[in-house]
Ligand binder design. Sequence first.
Ligand SMILES: Cc1ncc(COP(=O)(O)O)c(C=O)c1O
Length: 408
Amino acid sequence: MTTETTTNSYGLHHSILPSSEGLYGEFGGKIGHPELAKAMEEIEVGFREIIKDEDFIAEMKRLRETYVGRPSPIFHARRLSKHCGGAQIYFKREDLNHTGAHKINHCLGEVLLAKKLGKTKVIAETGAGQHGVALATAAALMGLECEIHMGVVDIEKEHPNVSRMKILGANIVPVSRGAGTLKEAVDSAFETYLNELDSSMFAIGSALGPAPYPEIVSYFQSVVGREARGQFLETTGKLPSKVVACVGGGSNAIGIFSGFLGDANVEKVGVEPAGEGLDTPNHAATMTLGVKGEIHGFKCYVLLDKDGEPAPVHSIASGLDYPGVGPQHSLLRDMQLAIYESATDAECLEAFMALSRLEGIIPALETAHAIAYAMRAAKDMSPDETILVNLSGRGDKDIDFILDKVEL
Ligand SMILES: Cc1ncc(COP(=O)(O)O)c(C=O)c1O
């Protein structure tokens, strides 16, 4: 069980660390408005300071243990494994975190950073509402104002999360332009932020955006991979054959992958939304069908329209409905350190129901993409092989939406 010890001083594997320009190979960077560049520098300096600060480290540890409920357990999905035949499927239960998803891992860090920078407000986008809920939660805990931009389509679809954010005291800004989904919510949130740079901090919802955001988010999410590697070894005596996670922007995937990047014999698989099919225009399979391009201040694989602008995309899961992807994943793909597969809306619904009925776990629609791939892959693997899926979130937010889509 060899592991390269090529991590930096705070534990991230060298393959997902940026250059001083915030580049991951040719991806990432800080593209855009000069005012924004100044704000990014302030955030980067603050981030580098807090991660060395003993008080900050102790506070994160306390909150992870007593507020989030970490470490999240590893669960052996015996009935689902039996149903599929072949490999044994395990879950890293990020759905059991306070607020029901992995997003709280980076939100606590982002809000502590905003406080350290003397900001009184955090601003963000949300798709499925999980990042919005986690940020509103962390802001309530630490006494900061919180403003969440959300597409009108997602507001309708994910209304339980909208109510939660409102109860937590967040101000919701509905975004109706364009497709009224995640990309437009990011545009709108960045525009507001540019007018409030002194008093607020943009608290991005995934491992993307201009530098230093991908590094910050992956740093706070890496706790998932670190815990998972140790827990899996303890539970099974070996490493998993595959580590699987859904990919929207890439935060839960980079979190769990980061624990296994030194393990060449563990296959890392990101699962993108194939929507209504890769042969239709209605998908968000950025890695599978995208090209190298720019979006929201950084370079990555991106789906473009005929005018070279980010294309309108589709996924049944609002949190995966984005035409770009994090720069670290773009590089991991090119270096063949991870592979990227896809699952359709229909496969996602099937996996959603299978997990609910076979294990009593209702997953988020985003997460159900990773489960769909694991169910497909398990069938072709031998019983002594294992798949570890990052169960990134629970599906309470999706239950009303799902009732129209499946027969009960
Ligand atoms: C439960 C859950 N999983 C996954 C995602 C996708 O985001 P990411 O790729 O950043 O993990 C989301 C986004 O909203 C989510 O809510």
